[in-house]
Ligand binder design. Structure first.
Ligand SMILES: [Fe+2]
Length: 253
């Protein structure tokens, strides 16, 4: 692939997992930091971002007005600087009892007002707990996306675990930093195996700052291109997320 083709392809990546809204969680601390994060994302070819502040009972309880206020502020300032940059609103939901009520009552945000919900668990949670919780979301009419699958030892240890979740109707997200090798070779190898089996649907930067956890995409993209093909890279970095934001199913045409 030529450099120009690569640049062309970089138009319009979609980051479905990013802590870019300031004053809400452990992500961006200020509006100016949020804008610097967007600047980094833009340079990395990202043109659409779903802001996903943590939702966790008694730790990050959603203050809806505050989230919407800063979301609108960042969105407006980003538009002034980058007219072709879009931000949608969501949550990264730490699953617990009551989450479905919260979603139904719109106290917890789905991704961009679709039926898709980004869900996380504790790294050591059992496969049974993860499976049962995700099933409850599906049963409640939602389409759960498991955030950073590589973080759950009990899921990632065998690709069949992820396969079972996907067969149940769960979608799977991996962090770009993992594809860039930041979680080590073993984990990256396992994620690549999942990609080759079509068991990864979305990438996210899971960015929290403009420093160590910045919204970078380039290295992860290069890895996917090297190890798979353009179609796979497009699907993970853009096409699936486009369908998701239109609230469509991802199944092949
Ligand atoms: Fe996150």
């Amino acid at each position: 692939m030529t450099h120009d083709e690569l640049i062309q392809m970089k138009k319009g990546y979609i980051d479905v997992h990013c802590h870019v809204i300031p004053h809400i969680d452990d992500g961006a601390r200020t509006t100016s930091q949020a804008l610097r994060m967007i600047g980094i994302a833009y340079k990395n070819g990202i043109r659409t971002m779903v802001a996903t502040p943590h939702y966790e009972v008694s730790r990050y309880d959603n203050n809806i007005e505050k989230i919407i206020k800063y979301y609108n502020k960042v969105k407006m300032l980003a538009k002034e600087k980058y007219p072709d940059f879009n931000i949608f609103l969501g949550n990264e939901v730490f699953y617990s009892y009551g989450v479905i009520d919260g979603l139904n009552e719109k106290r917890i945000f789905t991704l961009g007002e679709t039926d898709y919900v980004l869900v996380e668990f504790s790294p050591n949670d059992s496969l049974e707990h993860i499976e049962k919780s995700l099933y409850e979301l599906i049963n409640g009419g939602y389409r759960p996306i498991l955030a950073h699958v590589e973080r759950y030892e009990n899921v990632i240890k065998n690709h069949r675990n992820t396969e079972r979740l996907v067969e149940m109707g769960v979608y799977i997200q991996t962090n770009v930093s993992t594809l860039a090798g930041k979680s080590g070779h073993r984990i990256r190898g396992k994620v690549l195996k999942l990609i080759k089996r079509d068991l990864i649907h979305f990438i996210g930067t899971d960015a929290h700052s403009d420093g160590r956890r910045a919204p970078e995409a380039e290295k992860g993209l290069e890895y996917v291109l090297k190890k798979t093909d353009e179609e796979t890279a497009y699907r993970l970095f853009r096409d699936n997320a486009l369908k998701m934001l239109n609230n469509e199913y991802l199944e092949e045409d």
